[in-house]
Design a protein around this ligand. Structure first.
Ligand SMILES: *Cc1c(COP(=O)(O)O)cnc(C)c1O
Length: 413
């Protein structure tokens, strides 16, 4: 092949790291100004956070919603609400954000990793069942990239075992399964308002539940377990201050109004890209289970077996040269390969709570995780945004197609 130097076309895409790809506008400015002018910036006395909570509960069709300071705090509230014993096991996924895992350890419980389906990168009822023991006290799933896990089966498994399911929906606002929003299918749903999520307050989180006891414990956990409004309040148990401030609460109210349109737009654009990539050799578009609706926090593609494993790195290079800030192999390695797990870096040199675990629960042998390793080797996470226009999507689709064409041509020669 002749070496010809073609200038690479370059398009600046909206980014969720700044104003270009965020729906922060006059509504948020008016809301935060009203919060500031009120002079009341704590949610214990102000109006905005409580308004956010009742509106989010109504939108989701949940009985209770509480705001907190981050998605990590939201997961921590959910785990703390279960009042686990040290050494109890929580089955979870090795492909997620660390904010979904560190709260388990902080509560003295053991994250036990289930393998994932390499097509969706999500845990399944079968992989969870494979890790269940008499010490399993909860299941914590992540709907990765906004693509729902097989919730009916997972909820059925949990029901049979008599244990709760926590849904980490930090990437999955308004995703649904059989017409029900994720976060309302299990016992507790957790959400994040961090800078890069569907809607944002910079940092922030939300939890929802229908269970009054879990709701009470989550409310208390956010508030140092102080019994606000009780006749004889006390600090009822060990808890932190995870409150959201009114500054964030006011912005979140305005962002919440925009959420349905944000998700609808992301879906429409994602379907357009899927259509463009339908016949591109070597590339698989997202696998969505029957009955599931994806909310496209990110658009994750996978290279298929016709391409070598490293093709995903070449493809990422090609996309990055074109200004598409993609992430090959997402988190690079399974969560259990990080130092906190691999070297038990927790509380001093105690090894707590790992020192309480069954050896089997800490078996991180790669042979146990074929789906996880296969998934991470071949995925490419493409940044997604509701402020893309159709030309942006065509640009991304063309970049992926041309990368794949170069690669399949190399394989053939
Ligand atoms: C972002 C994220 C979190 C943590 O949320 P923060 O607001 O960053 O603390 C937890 N779980 C998942 C799946 C996430 O994507």
């Amino acid at each position: 092949m002749a070496l010809t130097f073609q200038p690479i076309s370059h398009r600046t895409l909206p980014s969720d790291q700044d104003a270009s790809g965020r729906t922060l506008g006059d509504e948020e400015i008016a809301a935060v100004t009203a919060a500031l002018r009120s002079g009341t910036l704590t949610s214990t006395k102000g109006q905005f956070v409580s308004q956010l909570e009742s509106r989010f509960a109504a939108m989701m069709g949940a009985k209770y919603a509480y705001a907190c300071s981050s998605g990590t705090a939201a997961v921590h509230c959910a785990i703390a609400a279960l009042d686990l014993e040290p050494g109890d096991e929580v089955i979870t996924t090795p492909i997620t954000d660390m904010g979904a895992l560190s709260p388990i350890l902080y509560q003295g419980a053991i994250p036990v990793f289930a393998d994932v389906d390499p097509r969706t990168c999500n845990v399944t009822a079968a992989t969870i069942a494979d890790r269940m023991s008499d010490r399993t006290k909860a299941i914590l799933v992540t709907h990765l990239f906004g693509n729902p896990c097989e919730m009916p089966r997972i909820a059925g498994l949990a029901k049979d075992a008599g244990i709760p399911v926590i849904e980490d929906c930090a990437q999955a606002f308004l995703s649904s399964y059989n017409g029900r929003f994720v976060g309302t299918i299990g016992s507790i749903g957790c959400f994040s308002l961090q800078q890069g999520k569907h809607i944002t307050t910079g940092e922030g989180g939300l939890v929802i539940t229908d269970d009054p006891q879990l709701a009470r414990r989550m409310f208390l956990f956010i508030n140092k377990a102080w019994g606000y409004g009780d006749q004889h309040p006390d600090h009822y148990f060990l808890a932190l201050n995870y409150r959201m401030s009114e500054l964030c609460g006011s912005v979140a109210c305005a962002q919440l109004d925009k959420l349905p349109a944000v998700v609808a737009r992301r879906r429409m654009l994602a379907e357009m890209l899927t259509e463009m990539l339908r016949n591109v050799r070597g590339v698989q578009t997202p696998t969505i289970l029957r009955g599931a609706q994806h909310s496209y926090w990110k658009y994750c593609i996978r290279t298929d077996a016709s391409l070598p494993k490293d093709a995903v790195l070449e493809m990422a290079k090609h996309l990055k040269e074109r200004g598409i800030a993609c992430a090959p192999r997402y988190i690079q390695k399974p969560a259990f390969a990080c130092e906190v797990f691999a070297r038990r870096k927790t509380f001093g040199s105690s090894g707590y709570p790992f020192n309480l675990a069954r050896p089997e629960a800490l078996d991180y042998d790669p042979a146990r995780f074929p789906g996880t390793l296969a998934a991470l080797e071949r995925i490419l996470v493409v940044p997604w945004n509701d402020l893309y226009d159709e030309d942006d999507v065509r640009y991304i689709g063309d970049a992926i197609s041309s990368a794949a064409a170069n690669l399949t041509c190399e394989v053939a020669s």
